[in-house]
Design a protein around this ligand. Structure first.
Ligand SMILES: Cc1ncc(COP(=O)(O)O)c(C=O)c1O
Length: 414
């Protein structure tokens, strides 16, 4: 046995001999992760983060403040110790508010069992799509559409069948195109009106035709209605066409919405699904195994939002309408862009000439002018020549952005 001194002498020699090897480990992700793309929005925003003096017409996030009474309700809830879990279906007070609100708005009888409160519309859409998508099932999705739908369908083995819309038609959806796309494997149609990224609002005739045909053929309609209040040209004779007001049966529809856009509460994360009691029962259980419950104080804020004065929403719509008019004019004045007048939300999605790669244009435009937008390929396959401009920025900022964009576009030779 070596003495302590000998041991010390030997120690360094031993240490140099021992080779430390790091085994390369490869994450064993589920193959479904391949369906998640690098979001086009992130690509642009990450690049903009390295730059100075950037004007963002990129992010789909309301820039208006959350109404004071809504924030106060959340703070009051925290002060009152309302920081625990709610019932898994949602805060009972919020379920009652949502029931009363929707029953009155669409003149139909709903119960609290028709509603599930979720962590934003994102969770609601996640539950609806991932609980139903499966190999052999086809989902009809409008192209372009919000970037969540297609990956969620594909992750679970379902197939996406795109139905394109065009800037020259104001990105309106022809219900006949949807009906023609229905085949033996069609399981569901995903709708979003007002639409992100196009701002198109579908008339009642479009939604009714699709909902009726789907109910007749036993096909589901998942309707993302997060922009339902941001209808900029609402007409007394034709109020907003929700799937809840375009058909009698709830077995074939899921209406998905949230407080994020209407009350500028995107970070508070409260949304919901409305459907048949059977569907909600199933989704409640799934919800327990995903996020368990939505944010409790934020649900109290939601009650205040629904039950409080709605002038804050009217004011916000007036602001977005003014911006929409300004940006529509500016897009029309911009060389190479083909615009239209979006009816809702806070987006416009004009085309560049057909052969032009908008991804390259958006990157160069950001580098040269400091205006950050999102290229069309973030939203589907058929719109690689389109650019999404979000008008969740003031009229002054929008004008400043186009003071940079217009001279830059004039110099482009496409
Ligand atoms: C069409 C659409 N649906 C859903 C969402 C997400 O909503 P939430 O914040 O309620 O999850 C967005 C957000 O941009 C959206 O544009």
């Amino acid at each position: 046995m070596a003495t302590p001194t000998e041991h010390n002498k030997m120690a360094p020699a031993k240490a140099t001999k021992r080779k430390i090897t790091y085994r390369k480990t490869k994450a064993r992700w589920h193959p479904s992760m391949q369906a998640i793309p690098v979001p086009g929005i992130r690509r642009m925003v990450n690049m903009a983060a390295e730059m100075e003096d950037v004007i963002h017409l990129s992010i789909g996030q309301p820039d208006q403040p959350t109404p004071a009474h809504v924030s106060e309700a959340m703070i009051d809830a925290i002060r009152a110790g309302q920081t625990g879990y709610t019932m898994d279906a949602g805060l009972p007070e919020l379920l009652v508010s949502l029931r009363d609100y929707y029953s009155k708005k669409y003149d139909r009888e709903l119960t609290t069992d028709n509603i599930l409160v979720t962590s934003g519309a994102t969770e609601a859409m996640y539950l609806a799509l991932s609980a139903t998508s499966a190999p052999g099932r086809q989902f009809i999705v409008v192209d372009p559409s919000f970037l969540l739908y297609a990956p969620l369908i594909r992750m679970n083995g379902g197939e996406v069948k795109y139905v394109p819309t065009k800037a020259e038609n104001g990105h309106q959806l022809d219900p006949e195109d949807v009906i023609r796309a229905i085949g033996l494997r069609t399981f569901a149609v995903v709708l979003n009106s007002p639409n992100n990224p196009t701002g198109a609002v579908y008339p009642r005739s479009t939604i009714e035709a699709i909902v009726e045909e789907c109910a007749f053929r036993g096909i589901q309609v998942f309707s993302d209605e997060v922009y339902d209040h941001l209808v900029l040209d609402e007409d007394e004779t034709e109020p907003y066409a929700s799937v809840l007001s375009c058909g009698t049966d709830l077995d074939h529809v899921m209406c998905i919405s949230s407080f994020s856009k209407t009350y500028s509460m995107a970070g508070l994360r409260v949304g919901w699904v409305i459907s048949s009691q059977g569907a909600i029962k199933k989704l409640r259980r799934y919800h327990m195994f995903t996020t368990s419950v939505a944010n409790t104080p934020a649900q109290f804020a939601g009650v205040a939002a629904l039950e409080g004065d709605q002038q804050c929403v009217r004011d916000m719509v007036n602001i977005y309408r003014e911006r929409r008019d300004v940006i529509t004019d500016l897009v029309n004045q911009t060389p190479h862009l083909t615009g239209y007048k979006p009816g809702g939300g806070f987006y416009i999605f004009p085309d560049l000439p057909i052969h032009v790669d908008a991804s390259d244009v958006c990157l160069r435009m950001l580098q040269d002018t400091g205006v950050c937008t999102v290229p069309g390929d973030a939203f589907g396959d058929s719109c690689t020549n389109s650019i999404r401009f979000a008008f969740s920025a003031s009229c002054e900022r929008i004008e400043e952005a186009f003071d940079r964009i217009i001279p830059w576009m004039k110099k482009q030779k496409f």
